[in-house]
Design a protein around this ligand. Structure first.
Ligand SMILES: [Zn+2]
Length: 483
């Protein structure tokens, strides 16, 4: 039996084994970078020859591939470098002690978007850790790292124009480090979508440049979790050239065609008391403060469009009646299900599914078990949207308010990210079969460097599980209401 995560569409085991040679002789019409992760994973140099033969079939979709392993070598068919990467990821996962089982695999993903959202603002994680996470998610054929780089608790992107932005927060990624991470991800077929969350979740920026809030009051970089009331002013025109300069610095670091601009949890209490916001509302003829956020989103969206980028927003953005069209929406809380549903049904807008209880990995396993993640389904008003043509895919999220270190991070993310990855690549199947493949996969040498939750805690029950869940909610509430 082939132990693969995610489960391939079609897999046939053939008799015999194929031995990995000392150097891999390759013949491929694709760019050489598509082979580099494979070469690293199997720890072999590449030379010219025919042991690994890659053929181009332009009729195949971008990520679809065929992989044929015979005793004398490996044949891969794909239409793109990404397809080659997916095929060779499968091959690397099958290789044990320098032997591959002979087989014929035809495989393609169910959804185009299979992502992990990684919060590096609440806690900063070093470059090598971000790369370790990227390598692990690429092994289960995820293709998006949604990188949450700014929030109330930290601005993690170096700014050459406004160095106070990152210096005030203390820890950040330099432009060179970001380019290095983005390239590492590209070689693994992973798109890095950066997020600068606005107009809420902006305390780190306002700690450096307080003049952009409604009151201009001095604030410190956030330390507690929860929703912060002070956000960017909705009526200050100077904000737009300022944000445009910041975006112009960040955009060239990320080749992705998408840019996430947050838009979630932006309380309007300050806007309602602000004379500048009031003037702006009057000028625009608006009556609802949510629509002032809609105007803000539209202005930022225009800046992004000038640079050829599509904006992605959390779904609260849709509370504005004047929310711009042709953005992508990321659904996360059942409280806004109505808006997401309407966006999908009426606007035919593109959206991503990240529902809290089905995809949030900061919850312990006793709250969101492996099985729950595996069976996560986009359901609105009891109707499944799994087949909606505008659903781009699934994304799981790790928020790091309570994730201070590498071990907590990795055991929270893995192997639940694998469950989400299979749900998004293959569609959820027989759960026991998945668990059995997963157990074997996580023991493979490719996963040796990662901490992951042990099997006996994947679906915890009983008093120990109750205790863990209880302790988690107490800690979370204490943190939320701390001053
Ligand atoms: Zn204001």
């Amino acid at each position: 039996m082939l132990h693969l995560i995610p489960r391939p569409l079609k897999a046939e085991e053939l008799s015999g084994k194929c031995r990995l040679p000392e150097a891999v002789a390759v013949n491929s019409p694709f760019e050489e970078w598509s082979l580099s992760a494979f070469s690293e994973r199997i720890k072999r140099p590449l030379t010219d020859g025919e042991w690994l033969t890659v053929t181009k079939d332009p009729a195949l979709p971008e990520e679809e591939y065929r992989l044929h392993i015979r005793p004398e070598g490996i044949t891969v068919t794909a239409s793109s470098e990404t397809g080659v990467i997916r095929a060779l990821t499968t091959a690397a996962e099958l290789c044990e002690e320098d032997l591959f089982p002979c087989c014929l695999i035809e495989d393609e993903p169910k959804y185009a978007h299979r992502g992990l959202h990684f919060d590096c603002s609440r806690h900063y994680f070093p470059v090598e850790e971000v790369k370790r996470v990227i390598e692990e998610i690429s092994l289960c054929k995820m293709n998006v790292l949604h990188w949450h780089l700014t929030d109330d608790q930290g601005w993690r992107i170096e700014s050459k124009k406004y160095p106070l932005l990152h210096e005030t927060s203390g820890k950040w990624y330099t432009h060179d480090e970001i380019r290095d991470i983005v390239e590492f991800a590209r070689l693994r077929g992973i798109e890095v979508v950066p997020e600068i969350d606005m107009p809420g979740h902006m305390t780190a920026l306002l700690a450096a440049y307080p003049q952009y809030s409604c009151t201009g009051e001095k604030v410190s970089v956030g330390k507690r979790s929860g929703i912060y009331p002070i956000i960017l002013c909705g009526g200050n025109e100077e904000i737009f050239p300022f944000l445009e300069e910041i975006l112009c610095e960040v955009i060239p670091l990320f080749p992705s065609e998408r840019f996430h601009i947050g838009g979630d949890e932006a309380p309007k209490s300050r806007w309602k008391k602000c004379p500048k916001c009031a003037v702006k509302m009057k000028e625009l003829g608006l009556t609802a403060y949510e629509d002032l956020q809609g105007t803000f989103t539209a202005r930022i969206n225009d800046i992004l469009k000038k640079h050829g980028k599509t904006a992605v927003c959390w779904h609260e953005t849709l509370k504005a009646k004047n929310c711009p069209e042709n953005i992508q929406i990321q659904h996360w809380t059942p409280m806004c299900a109505k808006q997401t549903k309407a966006y999908a049904d009426e606007k035919k807008g593109k959206w991503i599914y990240s529902n809290t209880l089905g995809t949030y990995l900061d919850y312990p396993h006793s709250v969101t078990s492996l099985k729950k993640i595996y069976h996560t389904q986009p359901i609105f008003d009891k109707v499944s949207y799994a087949g909606d043509e505008n659903l781009l895919g699934f994304e799981c999220c790790i928020w790091t308010e309570h994730v201070p270190d590498r071990e907590r991070l990795e055991t929270r993310v893995f192997p639940r990210a694998q469950a989400l990855a299979e749900a998004a690549w293959s569609g959820a199947g027989d759960y026991e079969d998945f668990r059995c493949r997963l157990k074997k996969t996580m023991q493979h040498s490719l996963h040796r460097d990662i901490f992951y939750t042990p099997e006996d805690w994947w679906d915890p029950r009983g008093f120990a599980a109750f205790k863990e869940a209880f302790r988690y909610f107490v800690t979370m509430n204490r943190a939320l209401f701390a001053k």
